[in-house]
Design a protein around this ligand. Structure first.
Ligand code: B12
Length: 216
């Protein structure tokens, strides 16, 4: 059996190197070596995604690489997902998430969805350009623990406040935690509109959601 750290390192690197052809084989190797599935996600693939995010911020990677990294992680998740059930990664809770009305950016949101699912959350993804009423309907129907909203435009950020108002009017605000994200969104802004938290990236977002559910 190979060293756990070595295999996890290779999985991390295959995400960083966008090596979509080797990730499935490495994930199988990890499972065969009795590495817990959640570790393959948290200490392997998620680490890789963090590095990819940094490379993107540094201008070393561009959007094509980000998307490819996401696709590579998806290939890995296909192998890992069946093993996540019953592993230490408990079904953490339910999240309803969407990009707010008027905003079509979804690359960041999709990364958040991927990490939340990888962290054991069940996620209802409402997609992009989501009307406040649609968030309300989804909260009523799915009874999530958490609502996540994404906005990439300064012009659509204020839609988040409208969603929170709509949830208040429907008597649902106190039944959910609300997390917001997207490049222009700050902690101060979140506080101002009455959200519970803002996350600067998907990793921090998933960590906050996990902490709300009392898991790691
Ligand atoms: C890709 C892109 C597009 C694509 C979107 C494709 C898609 N499917 O998403 C297209 C070409 C469609 C597009 C269109 C437009 N875009 Co654009 N776009 C971008 C670009 C280059 C990258 C955004 C991105 O995907 N980043 C990568 C992801 C991974 O990062 P992220 O979204 O920030 O997400 C991370 C965190 O913010 C956080 N996060 C995000 N959401 C959430 C949610 C939760 C709950 C949590 C916890 C965390 C979280 O986690 C993510 C992962 O770590 C940015 C520039 C930039 N550098 O950001 C401009 C940018 C956002 N766009 C911009 C503009 C102006 C537009 C257009 C208006 C352009 C036009 N004139 O038509 C249109 C608007 C369309 C619309 N109605 O939405 C501006 C916004 C300026 C502003 N301050 O408002 C930017 C900043 C470019 C610029 N410098 O001018 N765009």
């Amino acid at each position: 059996m190979k060293d756990e750290a070595e295999i996890l390192g290779k999985i991390r690197d295959s995400i960083v190197n966008l090596d979509i052809n080797s990730i499935a084989k490495l994930c199988k190797e990890a499972i065969d070596s009795n590495i817990p599935a959640y570790k393959v996600v948290t200490d392997g693939m998620s680490r890789g995604m963090e590095i990819v995010g940094k490379k993107y911020e540094n201008g070393e990677y561009f959007l094509a690489e980000l998307i490819m990294a996401g696709e590579t992680m998806k290939e890995g998740m296909k192998i890992i997902k069946p093993y996540l059930k019953g592993s230490d990664l408990k079904i953490a809770g339910k999240v309803v998430i969407g990009t707010v009305r008027g905003d079509l950016h979804d690359i960041g949101k999709n990364l958040v969805v991927m990490l939340l699912e990888g962290s054991g959350f069940s996620v209802v993804d409402l997609g992009v350009d989501v009307q406040p009423e649609k968030f309300v309907e989804a909260v009523r129907e799915h009874e999530p623990n958490i609502v996540g909203m994404s906005a990439l435009l300064t012009t659509t950020m204020m839609e988040m406040e409208k969603v929170i108002s709509a949830l208040k009017n429907a008597g649902l605000r106190n039944k959910v935690k609300i997390i917001v994200g997207g490049a222009p969104v700050t902690r101060e802004f979140a506080e101002m509109i009455g959200a519970d938290a803002a996350a600067r990236d998907a990793v921090e977002g998933a960590t906050i959601c996990k902490s709300w559910m009392g898991s790691r």
